[in-house]
Design a protein around this ligand. Sequence first.
Ligand code: G4P
Length: 527
Amino acid sequence: MGFLEEISKRRTFGIISHPDAGKTTLTEKLLLFGGAIQEAGAVKSNKIKKSATSDFMEIERQRGISVATSVLAFVYKNKKINILDTPGHKDFAEDTFRTLTAVDSVIVVIDVAKGVEEQTEKLVEVCRMRNIPMIVFINKLDREGKDAFDLLDEVEQKLGLRVTPLSIPIGMGYDFKGIYNIWEQNTQLFYDDQKHIIGKKVIFDSVEDPKLEAAIGTDLFTTLKEELELIDGVYPPFDRANYLNGKLQPVLFGSALNNFGVEELLNCFVEIAPEPLPKLSEERMISPYEKKFSGFVFKIHANMDPNHRDRLAFVKIVSGTFERNTPYLHVRNNKKLKFSSPNAFFAEKKKIIDVSFPGDIVGLHDTGNFKIGDTLTSGEKLNFKGIPSFSPEHFRYINNNDPMKAKQLTKGIDQLMDEGVAQLFILNLNGRKLIGTVGALQFEVIQYRLLNEYGAKCSFENLNVYKACWVEGNEKSTSFQEFKRIKQKFLANDKAGQLVFLSESAFSLQMVQEKYKEVQFHFTSEF
Ligand code: G4P
């Protein structure tokens, strides 16, 4: 198969949802329909149970699983599907944001009873900002939930999307009879005994089929016809160009647990989802069809075995082919590296691969060369944009509890920060190290990993910080100099050396913004 054909076959996407909406179940069912696994239950849930905040074994177990399920690839209808897994737990939201830089489209899963939830809002906002094409899957139709049209309204209003339903449920919960598939223009009825297997379908090709009325009853039949008319009148018709531009989001309904609507989702996905998209670097736009290789690191996973300290860096291939044992330029370090055993992913397994194409993810063994956001190329000096850090929510000083292990602690902190576990800030005033995280759980992970992987003991000390803002100012401006002098106590540098203002409250931030108009305060590290 030629290079062009290989690229056009790839579909790389992520599934996002609020925890418990059914992301894991849907992922598993997609693999099942894709023929990549034979039975349900093969892909373990990689969510950290809410109760497990102090259970380190649980954290370790989850880390192990999440390597295995980081990328799940399979072939369906001659398309190579790469699902990039995203952690569901909100404390790991930053991980999810980073993974979203490597997807070409997403599927958003929403629980029919709960509707649009907080985590969905945050993640969809990131996708919306980047115009990532989205398909919405409304799950758990076998349960009593909200009215389909109310949900479509909610998705439009809360998520700021413009939707068009491509299927519509017939009944719900106890009365759930199936779906009318607007995309394929047929009806598929639901029988409870299909649970957990890929059951035989009952399909009616026309909504006028009298057998359909007999099967679902006159009331539901009448409602269905009315609803289809309503959809015709109210919602815009599906338009692939608008979907690809992030201007229109198709919605499908189903029940992942019951294998219902999943095959329809997959069929629709392979037809409409984008192949690998061009990506912007600081220097220029890179097309996947360029012959020369380029890619970037969006995730780093440390080895759980303390005897093998190497890490796995996940690289999304943007252009050209990535080949084993070929030297590539690590742009930040200006160093050539070659990889003798790059991993590719298939279902939940990984294996050594000789060549990979745009859209694919390769896992590279790394002894500490990489950090998140690094670019690799065939030689050109490119830097891919778009993996910014956001302000952490929690801030704590990190103290060394074992003076004999100061070196190990520094190394451990450095490496964990490169992996993107948390952010490090160094206070200007006294050089103290401050760790910022999205969730409180990360502090436990850091403490545990520093001890187990680096032999370093640390403790944390709370610091009241409302937000970290990246600061930009003209060194020649007296106002900027005054700001730096007066607020020195609240200034720090991030790991890249950028100046950061640590505001104590929303009020104090507002005050400095008003007082120092020439200074710019940014809420992400990339501006
Ligand atoms: P997540 O990854 O988004 O966090 O969700 P996950 O797939 O783990 O699903 C959360 C719960 O919702 C699970 O139940 C799962 O079985 C259930 N679920 C998923 N899809 C459907 C569906 O279509 N219908 C119904 N009724 N339930 C669904 P659990 O009891 O929390 O876990 P488990 O013990 O079943 O694994």
